[in-house]
Design a protein around this ligand. Structure first.
Ligand code: NAP
Length: 285
């Protein structure tokens, strides 16, 4: 089949070699028998605007955007979906007519994963504790507020947490890590939105002892597949949701925009990405 007959999407970032998105999307394309391809594009910040302007000329129907381009993409698209508007960052691009539209699928991935892994997780008027105040914390906060929860943002830099709270307005409070021991007994959901626990980074130093037994624990980190933080939550019999589940579910949003079919996150896909990351997580499930 000639290249021109393929529908093509890509992930654009800098660096981008580590991204699992091509593995995920090319798996779905093969599984669904769609004549398409999903590429990696390493684009430096100074070249990003020109790259976006030339997306159709390069044969792309859209793509994903990752670090460090999410905020620039937010500014450059013609219009944004409600999630991108609320979160302040774009991670998915597609065309509607000639208009380049920017969306954000992280919040979608976060709640879809929770809905699947931990049905009933969003208790009415529940309280969430979000660790971190960067892009991932913005997505989680947006999703948690949308499910009617209040959010306590805990961050080592109070100013960053304050900016996040100001961005969303009511429903978000700001805390330093020293306040965790008083926040955890009230929390229904605890989410790690820092890179702590990632391969090569320091682990998340957090005593889960004060957390109530019914609390749900999530980690956005997906390499390793199960962080020490999530393993400890599992050991304490909390219901958990991992970062890989979120990653897989956020991918489906873009795939449907580009290829017209909502793909399914199957055990086979999960196993494929697990093998690429480094084997199934400890403890099964
Ligand atoms: P980011 O914008 O750089 O924000 C990182 C946040 O973590 C900041 O609030 C930062 O605190 C805090 N932090 C960093 N190092 C820390 C440390 N050693 N101790 C305590 N706090 C620390 O990053 P991001 O884009 O939000 O990503 C965060 C994590 O989520 C990454 O591991 C990323 O891979 C993951 N993620 C996963 C998915 C998924 O689909 N599973 C999606 C998005 C992100 P300061 O404000 O004090 O600097």
């Amino acid at each position: 089949m000639s290249d021109a007959s393929l529908r093509r999407a890509c992930i654009v970032g800098h660096p981008v070699a580590h991204s699992r998105s091509p593995l995920i999307h090319n798996h779905w394309l093969a599984e669904l028998g769609i004549a398409g391809r999903y590429d990696r594009e390493d684009v430096r910040p100074e070249d990003f605007a020109a790259f976006l302007a030339a997306l159709p000329a390069r044969g792309y129907v859209g793509g994903n955007v990752t670090v460090p381009h999410k905020e620039t993409a937010f500014r450059l698209v013609t219009r944004r979906d409600a999630a991108a508007e609320a979160i302040g960052a774009v991670n998915t691009l597609w065309f509607e007519g000639h208009a380049l539209v920017g969306g954000n699928s992280d919040a979608h991935g976060f709640v879809t994963n929770l809905d699947e892994e931990v049905p009933g997780w969003a208790v009415p008027r529940g309280r969430a504790v979000v660790l971190g105040a960067g892009g991932a914390a913005h997505s989680a906060t947006y999703a948690l507020l949308a499910r009617g929860m209040t959010v306590a943002v805990v961050n080592r830099t109070a100013g960053h947490a304050r900016s996040l709270a100001d961005y969303f307005g009511t429903g978000v409070t700001v805390h330093l890590p020293g306040e965790l021991s008083s926040l955890l007994p009230e929390a229904d959901v605890l989410v790690n939105c820092t890179p702590c626990g990632m391969e090569g980074k320091s682990p998340l130093a957090l005593d889960l002892g004060p957390l109530k037994a019914s609390a749900v624990v999530c980690d956005m980190v997906y390499a390793p597949l199960e962080t020490a933080f999530l393993a400890e939550a599992r050991r304490r019999r909390h219901r958990i949701a991992d970062g890989l589940g979120m990653l897989l579910h956020q991918a489906g949003f873009g795939f449907e925009k580009w290829f017209g079919v909502r793909p399914v996150v199957t055990p086979a896909l999960r196993a494929l990405v697990e093998a690429d990351i480094g084997g199934p997580r400890k403890g099964g499930a």
